[in-house]
Design a protein around this ligand. Sequence first.
Ligand code: ADP
Ligand code: MG
Length: 404
Amino acid sequence: MVDHTAGIESLGDLRGRRVLVRSDLNVPLDGTSITDDGRIRASVPTLRQLSDAGARVIVTAHLGRPDGSPDPRYSLRPVAERLSELLGRPVAFATDTVGASASETVEGLADGDVALLENVRFNAGETSKDDAARGAFADELAALADAFVSDGFGVVHRKQASVYDVAQRLPSAMGGLVAAEVDVLRRLTEHPDRPYVVVLGGSKVSDKLGVIDNLIDKADRLLIGGGMVFTFLKAQGHEVGRSLLEDDQLDTCTRYLTEAADRGVEIVLPTDVVVDTAFPSGDREPRPRVVPASEIPVDALGLDIGPESSAAFATALADARTVFWNGPMGVFEVEAFAEGTRAVAEALTKVDGLSVVGGGDSAAAVRQLGFDEAAFGHISTGGGASLEFLEGKQLPGIAVLEKD
Ligand code: ADP
Ligand code: MG
């Protein structure tokens, strides 16, 4: 794919112009306190760039899943405060999305000022499946501004008013965050440096089918762990006890194994597994036990890859020039089952080349296990969007920005 997508420079001189920015500020909240401000931090560079260029910056974003009407639990007000701290300048807050407060707030902006509009999903038009309803809301959003910058990577796979329709109504460009994500994802799908190793884990095979389908003929090596591995092990004829299993995906796993063999793609499955007799809960101490992957007891559940597998996965990553990792190797939330995930993360930090972590839980795991984010080539901010990109799907919020 040729990149016809224009960056912010394509909008010309921004001094005094009202620029609407779609950011992804969907942070986890505990009441009104932000528990992880990663997405706000990631949004700051583009907003600062626009503000420094003298634009009157109007940020629109969502928080959670309100049902199309105002709901104080999902107010962006706490985010405005945090954003202001991170930007080091005041952020005006509009208490509605496109109403009187929004107009007044935008009116009040001087060159370089920044405002945040209330949760865009407080308006039912935002996520409506009806083109006319979405378009009508997009008209109102577009009326607030002279140009649009799309910088919320976490939502570019959504055909929503503030992502898609508004870009059809204003001169539009990609923000730096979206541009960086797209650049990395293209490097994973177009001409990856080899060896190219893909590591997949997480809970379900069925969540990752599209990615496996699309990457199986691009990767040189496919390492599989996490909950999804037991369907592969079962497909190979092994007992998996009470481990996570998707019976309806057994044939698919068999097909992947055959396809990989045909294409000369090396599939690395764990040879040992950490099991317990119950899924971890607060009720009892974990009793982790390492068993061969081919000898999982009938009453046990596999909760992590074992130490021999961790070492083999690290070896399989050592000479990689490109790595994409999605999905934890075990139930990393519990320390007793975090070792496999830690080993893979550690191996990624040593990769001489491009190492990419995708997926919400994988990114959270990296942070929770205390790794320095800078040790990875790229940690994707958008789980769903990056997976859809890697599945080879066209993302509406990107396609709409492409100029010819
Ligand atoms: P991501 O968000 O990075 O795409 P997923 O959502 O697919 O990852 O999977 C993350 C979840 O998978 C984690 O909550 C983790 O506890 C769970 N998981 C990993 N290994 C296992 C396992 N062996 N059994 C059950 N759940 C697992
Ligand atoms: Mg997840």
